[in-house]
Write a protein of this length. Sequence first.
Length: 386
Amino acid sequence: MGVFGLCGLICAVWSASLPSINARLHLGEGRIGLVLLSTALGSMACMPVAGRLADAWSSRAVLRVIAPVAALTLLGPALAPNFPVLLVAAFVLGGALGSLDVAMNGHAVEVETRYGRSIMSAFHGVWSLGGVAGGLTITIGLHLETGGPALMVGAGVVAAALFLLPGKHLLTGKTQGEVTDDPVVSSAGLPTSTIMLLGLVALAGFVSEGAGYSWASLHAQGMLGADPATASFAYTAFAAALTVSRLTADRIRSKVNPASWMRYAGSVAVLGYALVLVAPLLPGARLAFGLVGWVVVAAGLATVVPAIFSAVGAGGANVGRALSWVTTMAYAGQLGGPAVIGPLADATSLGTAMVVPGLLAAVIAIAGPVVVRRATARHLTTAGLD
């Protein structure tokens, strides 16, 4: 749990520091976009490598090395003297965070397997709490007139030191099975087709969730008539609902068939996006209706990606590699989502563009149960043979 919280803190410190980096280096929106692209490309490049290392050496070994390193990579962007150096530092930061993402989720799968019931959503809920702490750290520090670079360096050094504390408490040994040479099964344990389908559902989850983070406030302002201060509450409501749902859903999820849960989660998200789409058409109470819609969206999507990671863990062998490919596909969705929704909103309206994440939520509800059933059925079959 501590590793997830600290990872969330690092990610939030990075995101919350972008305005101060922008002001210090006079970048502008275009160059900031390239910096974010460099970060994402670094993550996607390193995730498959981290997955292979986790399977070869154990997620514990990779985690104990990459966690403090990831924290210290905050120093690169903090001290970057110009845009080219910042691009390189962002790529390194992204690679370290992507590797940390794969290793910690792989270890969380091992913990969940030994624990005997669903707890993956709680891990991601703690990540969200760490994100809140990281954002507040930067916000409060800047209001106290502490320099942005000093805050990033301090956060990186402190987080690196804190990452050393849970290291000795990580699980030892492997619980996910051995590497298989079976030609019917991919090197990640699950059939390649199942991994790809899990990745596509995770991609749909990332895009649908990212739409809430990126566009909820803008939708409230542009489509529901809210002033900027009130519109920002849409983001807060969405993020809070997502966090609370992740922290509380596991006990219920552990009592429901994984495939059925995916159908319920996707259906709730579809309902939420339906409310968001209908809200601008109402004669009154549009803002309240829209806020309820975003809360419902968050409640539905909160457990989708954690449930996918749990399904990957059901593959039995080489979970690190499977997780790395699923996560890489999900990050590709995180990159591609804004590239689709933004231009569509410019060409039509933001309200119309919200059809895209709504349709992807429907994909989760329809395809999610099928692919999760395939992954967990293989796990049950293997368990029966054992």
